[in-house]
Design a protein around this ligand. Structure first.
Ligand SMILES: C[S@@+](CC[C@H](N)C(=O)[O-])C[C@H]1O[C@@H](n2cnc3c(N)ncnc32)[C@H](O)[C@@H]1O
Length: 352
């Protein structure tokens, strides 16, 4: 089965689990980018569901389908108890551990946590460790290509009975390649400077020199803010950084403040609520959505960059070498020039 097929199968299983058995009063759905929910026209039991997500686009999609959706960095502190909690596990293990740790504590007396995932997602070993940690029988079944693990509300848990989640919610100082920054689990490549982004920054001094002036910069899909930080010595009037992930924007905001940079930080889906035009747009677009490779995402980022460009704008993109950026960019930009190809990455300059 290909990635899309498996993805659809996990989604089908999640939807089946959301259709509440008679007598269920409250269901919480934990959703992140690993489920292609935008393809859903209706969601079973939408009116009685509460959903929690860390992604702006998912939050907007859920609300438009009539679900009560909460947008946060998986902050469960304000939530009550639920009889049923459904979670398609996240790609990053620490996020999955955090969500399972929190979810199990929010089950009502007769409540059940249902975790779904594939073999490659580590569901089997996460479920085994969770059962050990909470002192329960490992209750994992295979359904098609998906695994489904169920957990009951445990007895009283001690402070030690947590799956390791590295203090998930806390921003912490990280050092990598001589760069010191704040970040946390759940943010893209949270413990490192991405090699592709690093290569992108090496072309910036030359581009800045030949552009007459750079008065405004947009960091599109900012993560913890590395690309924008590369412009910190420039005399720029307007800076804007945006990401779909709440945790990323929190981290970026902290990093900009640490460097005394004034940056408008926006949680948004591909800058959909951002207006105006920018002189320079910096972007290392995602090419995965959750577990699967997505061409649609690249297109969406190019479309956003094009909408926010004026004639003199330079959009600098870095992508993995196997992403055919020229082919996609053709629709949105008149020129797509390869500036650098190194270590499996390609840096391009796009001109409107
Ligand atoms: C490859 S990472 C690059 C992060 C950062 N610019 C860097 O250089 O480290 C792509 C970023 O795009 C964000 N992203 C994914 N989908 C998005 C969307 N629809 N709108 C805005 N940002 C999105 C991800 O959360 C991630 O932070």
């Amino acid at each position: 089965m290909n990635a899309t097929g498996a993805k659809d199968q996990h989604l089908a299983l999640v939807l089946q689990q959301l259709a509440m058995p008679p007598g269920t009063q409250s269901t919480l759905w934990i959703v992140d980018e690993s489920l292609p929910i935008e393809s859903l026209v209706t969601i079973p039991g939408a009116a009685t569901l509460t959903a929690m997500t860390n992604r702006y686009d998912i939050h907007a999609c859920l609300q438009s389908r009539g679900v009560t959706a909460l947008l946060s960095d998986f902050d469960f502190s304000q939530l009550g108890e639920f009889q049923r909690i459904v979670y398609r596990i996240s790609k990053e293990k620490l996020v999955a551990h955090h969500c399972i740790n929190q979810a199990i504590r929010r089950l009502s007396q007769d409540g059940e946590l249902i975790a779904i995932g594939g073999k490659q997602d580590g569901l089997k070993s996460i479920a085994k460790n969770a059962a050990l940690t909470y002192g329960q029988k490992n209750n994992t079944r295979k359904i098609g290509n998906s695994y489904l693990a169920t957990f009951r509300k445990p007895g009283i848990l001690t402070d030690e009975q947590f799956l390791p989640s590295n203090d998930y919610g806390r921003l912490r100082q990280v050092q990598h390649k001589g760069v010191s920054f704040y970040s946390k689990p759940g943010v893209f490549g949270w413990e490192k400077v991405d090699r592709g982004s690093e290569l992108l920054t090496t072309v910036l001094p030359t581009i800045q020199r030949y552009m007459k002036s750079v008065n405004s910069v947009l960091d599109l899909g900012c993560g913890w803010g590395y690309l924008m930080l590369a412009t910190r010595e420039w005399d720029v009037q307007t800076r804007c950084a945006t990401d779909n992930n709440v945790a990323a924007v929190d981290a970026a905001q902290k990093n900009f403040a640490e460097h005394g940079l004034t940056v408008d930080c926006v949680v948004d889906d591909c800058a959909s609520n951002i207006g105006g035009r920018f002189d320079m747009i910096l972007c290392n677009p995602p090419f995965h959505q959750g577990f699967a490779v997505s061409d649609t995402l690249i297109e969406k980022f190019l479309a956003a960059a094009s909408r926010l460009s004026r004639r003199s704008t330079r959009a600098i993109f870095v992508v993995n070498q196997f992403v055919p950026l020229e082919k996609h960019a053709d629709k949105y930009f008149s020129q797509c020039r390869l500036l650098l190809a190194e270590d499996g990455f390609c840096v391009y300059e796009l001109r409107p």
